[in-house]
Design a binder for this molecule. Structure first.
Ligand code: AMP
Ligand code: ZN
Length: 119
């Protein structure tokens, strides 16, 4: 599996930086955002170091499909309300103009009663 020794999210996957786990399997890890914008705010990441959504190709289709399928399940598990009154946002900031700060692909899942701090 591709890892980057200098990447904060690779360190979280490796367990060398602590995180509050939401979900884990052989290729995906999810954990609470350290600086939440919403009552429910966690990140879903591939364990492999993929830099951003601009770096995915056809070999990642199954992985991305699994992440998209997990998002609504984990949102409910973590306390987001059910559709349609509840719901959640799924966001992947990509590149500088996209607001990406951590350059390891991640999907923000945000939900819970409004107002939110941001988003
Ligand atoms: P962005 O790259 O802008 O989409 O956002 C990166 C996100 O990672 C931010 O919401 C940070 O709060 C979050 N983050 C950064 N470091 C950690 C960490 N050690 N544990 C959990 N979340 C983090
Ligand atoms: Zn990484």
């Amino acid at each position: 599996m591709t890892t980057d020794v200098n990447c904060i999210f690779c360190k979280i996957v490796a367990g060398s930086i602590p995180s509050r786990k939401v979900y884990e399997d052989n290729e995906i890890y999810a954990f609470h955002d350290i600086n939440p914008w919403a009552p429910v705010h966690f990140l879903i990441i591939p364990k492999a170091h993929i830099v951003s959504l601009a770096h995915v190709d056809s070999q990642h289709q199954a992985l991305l499909g699994r992440i998209m399928t997990l998002a609504p399940q984990l949102a409910l598990q973590e306390g987001a309300g059910a559709y349609p009154e509840g719901g959640f946002r799924l966001v992947s900031n990509t590149g500088k103009e996209g607001g990406q700060e951590v350059h390891h692909l991640h999907f923000h899942v945000m939900g819970g009663p409004r107002p939110w701090l941001r988003g």
